[in-house]
Design a protein around this ligand. Structure first.
Ligand SMILES: *Cc1c(COP(=O)(O)O)cnc(C)c1O
Length: 475
């Protein structure tokens, strides 16, 4: 038996490369990441290829491994070449993400040390870091001291946790689900609707409140809808507002909605996944007034805090509401019960074992301080305003509303032919050119192009390049 174990150990020890091997692995990976960053300005924001990474299919998982050089080569050619390059500053479509360098080092350390950040008992320090970050977020959004939240993998899961907390806090009975009313606008992110479905609330009545000409919820109509629904025996339950819609960056009138929610006892949820972090910019922070009155808020550090993908956050007005919604006990967890100086993420989210997400956020915040984050956010606002001004100087372009934040809509009006088809084709031609990546949307039946500035790598030169491309392609 001993022989057998030793024989297996010899092979299993391959899982722990020795220092020399680690150095080689690390150097190969670092060399590649360095060339990736050094070349980023020259790299395309979108790369159309015919293969679409299909070479990967020729490399199934086998009993024996490949060299690190081969693996990096496969990644470079099949993953980092075709399609969208979200790390490029030229990504000014959808809602761009981030990828600041120190976050990757935070992930590296979190993975090497493999700290268990689910429960306080297992790693008090890691849990404190996550709780400090949640507290910091609560503070910047003006949430009370009893508030808490959770660092999630993204905005979609954060929205789901908030909607489930609302459902549980309001002690709703399944037999009434068909009478519940949830109010939002047609501009709300589709993941809120998905959350309603996943949380079992798909039988509820979901009403799109009309909007003003800036795509903001009309609160006069909201009040009318609620009072009519009450008269008709329905149960108004929740308002989902947006603080920065995906299409146009519109911010619903948060303060007014808060007052309405309070007077009718509705849960007030704000999806600020895109717009939330603009509260750090002196330029626009007032626009988010009223966010402090929400019952739940969602923000996405992998958008407005420029972290790599995999970082969302949900804040809930009262930690108890979240705890009651998510906490579950098990006998095999009994050793952890007494050590409760701090709330544990595992009691505030569906996750038990989870990555130590806090480190990728805490490390860059500690390293840089807040100033560069604030500057980057204000810079993005100005870049969008600049584009708004400059695009109108190019013959044939018209713009949507003045940008609230860093997203705006515009389109080219051809002298002849169908404008929608022209703009869809224009997007395609921009994609073929590749140095910037734009996306389109349909608003009130018309195709619009969008500009969404939120990558930390998007600067004045990027926007000028984008203007130049649009000028050339519409000549
Ligand atoms: C991005 C976004 C979401 C979804 O968040 P993910 O992090 O992509 O899951 C939800 N709402 C808004 C307004 C967003 O911009």
């Amino acid at each position: 038996m001993i022989d057998k174990i030793k024989q297996l150990e010899k092979i299993s020890r391959q899982l722990e490369p020795i220092a020399e091997e680690r150095l080689k692995l690390r150097e190969t990976v670092i060399d590649y990441s360095e060339s990736f960053i050094n070349d980023i300005e020259k790299s395309k924001a979108y790369n159309i290829t015919t293969d679409k990474g299909s070479q990967l299919l020729d490399y199934p998982i086998k009993e024996t491994g490949l060299s690190i050089e081969k693996i990096i080569e496969l990644l470079r050619f099949n993953v980092d070449r075709p399609g969208l390059n979200p790390a490029s500053g030229g990504h000014i479509a959808y809602v761009p993400g981030g990828g600041i360098y120190p976050s990757s080092l935070g992930d590296f350390l979190a993975d090497i040390t493999n700290r268990y950040s689910g429960v306080f008992y297992a790693n008090p320090g890691a849990v404190r870091i996550e709780n400090i970050l949640i507290r910091w977020l609560c503070d910047i959004f003006g949430f009370p001291s009893e508030a808490s939240g959770n660092l999630t993998s993204g905005g979609s899961i954060a929205n789901l946790i908030a909607i489930v907390a609302a459902r549980d806090h309001k002690k709703l009975s399944a037999k009434n689900f068909h009478k519940l009313v949830i109010y939002s606008t047609s501009q709300a992110h589709h993941c809120t609707r998905k959350s309603i479905k996943i949380s079992g609330l798909y039988e509820t009545i979901q009403k799109d409140v009309p909007m003003d000409d800036h795509f903001r919820m009309d609160t006069v109509v909201l009040t009318e809808l609620i009072s009519n629904d009450l008269k008709n025996g329905l149960i108004p339950f929740m308002v989902i507002a947006s603080a920065g819609t995906t299409d146009t960056g519109a911010i619903d009138p948060l303060k007014e909605i808060a007052i309405i929610c309070k007077s009718y006892d509705l849960w007030f949820h704000i999806d600020a996944a895109y717009g939330g972090f603009f509260i750090l910019s002196e330029l626009v922070k007032e626009k988010l007034n009223g966010i402090e009155l929400a019952d739940s808020v969602v923000i996405d550090p992998h958008k407005g805090l420029f972290l790599p993908y995999g970082s969302g956050a949900v804040l809930i007005r009262n930690a108890k509401w979240l705890y009651d919604s998510q906490h579950m006990q098990a006998n095999y967890m009994q050793d952890t019960f007494d050590d409760i100086d701090e709330l544990s993420p595992a009691d505030l989210s569906p996750e038990l074992t989870k990555p130590f997400r806090g480190l990728r956020m805490w490390l860059p915040l500690q390293l840089f301080g807040l100033a560069p984050f604030r500057a980057a956010l204000s810079e993005k606002i100005w870049l969008c305003r600049y584009f708004y001004r400059e695009i109108q100087k190019i013959d044939g372009f018209e713009v949507g509303p003045y940008p609230e934040l860093s997203i705006m809509t515009y389109r080219y009006m051809p002298k002849t032919g169908n404008a929608d088809e022209y703009n869809l084709d224009l997007i395609k031609r921009v994609k073929e050119e590749g140095s910037v990546f734009l996306s389109s949307t349909t608003i009130d039946g018309s195709v619009y192009l969008r500009l969404a500035v939120l990558s930390f790598r998007t600067h004045l030169s990027t926007i000028n390049k984008c203007l130049e491309i649009l000028r050339e392609l519409t000549k």
